[in-house]
Design a protein around this ligand. Structure first.
Ligand code: NAD
Length: 499
């Protein structure tokens, strides 16, 4: 067990600057309008740094820098770009603890997560796309004896990216790695709730890239995000966030006829078939762990298994076991590596979750566990903590249909296979799903019948680089984390040559 010191106190590797600017053209740049906003740590509920508050003018300055840098970066060889991406990956690995503490302080997540998952995944995604761009082949067709059609991949030029607050560094990396590998210059806007850990990363990696290839403009959605997404000076916008915001992004983009990648919300079903109770202890244990993952990252995960569907014959026994197990999850100081459940990312998010808990109670769902704000006392008394909460109800309730984005799971039972698939698919969303069964036939069929872009079978919440990720239905457009993402950041040049 390690308890990291709070940033800025004795023994901490992290000392935040009192004020963070935009990163534009390879340097820190003050906001044109001179305004700043406070970044608050959810760990204690207190502000810890000021951050430049971007407007359309700052976006324009970043786009100027990106346009200046894009032609030369786009002409570098895949080998050169791969070397740069691999260097960034090395720097992330070499600064794991510093970045993990910064991420936890900004977002509230237990430090074990960025240490063991988010950051190793971030460096691995850079390495994956470094390898993918080097391995990418062109294409040609001999049309007749004298004519050949050659196909080349070319970068789009300057692209915009907007990300949410739940995995600040990892969400940035999921977008940056393929865009940079493909040879684009980027203007990225972090979420206003969690800009600082990304800026700490930029302090470490900013100089590895040529000036202007990567630009960060901080700020709020309408003030900074909208001018970026609606600018006619970008050739693509990639967005991760709420489905309702994704609709707006899509409208802005359509006015300029540019493509979008949208990674949106979810209400993922996690299905437990009765045969798991007959499996060996290790498998049954893994399935219980799979249920408890609804509280992973405080439920602030787009693919959180927020609906648990349990086969009727095992409903009572399985729910008893997993309720007892979830009750043992350690909630506490997010900087303690033993902590499993940390703080929600913002006060708004805390209030949203508590209001959904009230809605659940009002619509008659039964509370099996939790159901209250968690009071940790001491330094953490004003932090944003919610008890992991288990509700029982039915799929027509709002608890089962609307994304809560908190440590709240809605549990229901199902009669048979068809009932399970019908409940699972009875949602606007189609991002993630889990299936637990020892019967390979059932697991395979369910994996294919569920309308979601990612179905975890007998595991949950792995995001390895290489496994394509993205949504069906209202959960999004496009794919990330796989070489397919390179297509979203490239255009095809056809050279039709007569010899
Ligand atoms: P959000 O939509 O409120 O904000 C996301 C980003 O969009 C922020 O940077 C915000 O400033 C910006 N934004 C807001 N309004 C904008 C506008 N009008 N124009 C341009 N930019 C605007 O989402 P959030 O609350 O930050 O994030 C939580 C959501 O993200 C959840 O719905 C979650 O499911 C989703 N999410 C999806 C994935 C995925 O891969 N599918 C991953 C993580 C999070």
């Amino acid at each position: 067990m390690t308890i990291y010191a709070q940033p800025g106190t004795e023994g901490s590797k992290v000392t935040f600057k009192p004020r963070y600017e935009h990163w534009i053209g390879g340097q820190w740049v003050k906001p044109v309008k001179g305004q700043y906003f406070e970044d608050i740590t959810p760990v204690t509920g207190k502000p810890f740094a000021e951050v430049a508050r971007g407007t359309a003018e700052d976006i324009d300055a970043a786009l100027d820098a990106a346009h200046k840098a894009a032609p030369a970066w786009g002409k570098t060889s895949p080998t050169e770009r791969a070397a740069v991406l691999n260097k960034i990956a090395d720097v992330i690995d070499a600064n794991l603890e510093l970045l993990a503490v910064a991420e936890t302080w900004d977002n509230g997540k237990p430090v074990r997560e960025p240490l063991n998952a988010d950051l190793p995944l971030a460096s691995d995604h850079f390495r994956y796309f470094a390898a993918a761009i080097r391995a990418q082949d062109g294409d040609h067709a001999e049309l007749d004896a004298d004519t050949v059609a050659y196909q080349f991949h070319e970068p789009l030029g300057v692209v915009g990216q907007i990300i949410p607050w739940n995995f600040p560094i990892l969400m940035a990396v999921w977008k940056l790695a393929p865009a940079l590998a493909a040879g684009n210059a980027v203007v990225l806007k972090p979420a206003e709730q969690t800009p600082v850990s990304i800026l700490v990363l930029i302090e470490l990696i900013g100089d590895i890239l040529p000036p202007g290839v990567l630009n960060i403009v901080n700020g709020f959605g309408v003030e900074a995000g909208k001018p970026l997404a609606s600018s006619p000076r970008i050739r693509k916008i990639a967005f991760t966030g709420e489905t309702s915001t994704g609709r707006l992004i899509s409208q802005y983009a359509s006015a300029n006829l540019i493509p979008v990648t949208l990674e949106l919300g979810g209400k993922s079903p996690n299905i437990f078939f009765k045969d798991i109770a007959d499996a060996d202890d290790a498998f049954y244990d893994k399935a219980q762990e799979g249920f408890a993952l609804f509280a992973f990252n405080q439920g602030e995960v787009c693919t959180a298994p927020s609906r648990a569907l349990i086969h009727k014959p095992i409903y009572d026994s399985f729910l008893d076991t997993v309720t007892a197990r979830t009750a043992k999850a350690i909630q506490g100081n997010p900087l303690d590596t033993d902590t499993q459940v940390g703080a929600q990312a913002s006060n708004d998010q805390l209030e949203k979750i508590l209001s959904y808990i009230d809605i659940g109670k009002q619509e008659g769902a039964k509370v099996r566990l939790g159901g209250e704000r968690a009071d940790l006392g001491g330094d953490f008394a004003e932090g944003y903590y919610v008890q992991p909460t288990i509700f029982e109800g039915h799929n027509k309730m709002r608890l089962f249909q609307e994304e809560i984005f908190g440590p709240v799971v809605a549990v229901t039972s199902f009669e048979d296979y068809d009932d399970a698939i019908s409940i699972a698919n009875d949602t606007l969303y189609g991002l993630g799903a889990g299936v637990w069964s020892r019967n390979g036939n059932v697991a395979y069929r369910a994996g294919r019948d569920i309308q979601a872009g990612r179905v975890w079978v007998n595991n949950y919440h792995a995001y390895p680089a290489g496994a394509a990720f993205g949504g069906y239905k209202s959960s999004g457009i496009g794919r990330e984390n796989n070489k397919l993402a390179l297509d979203h950041y490239q255009q095809t040049k056809n050279l039709l040559v007569s010899y």
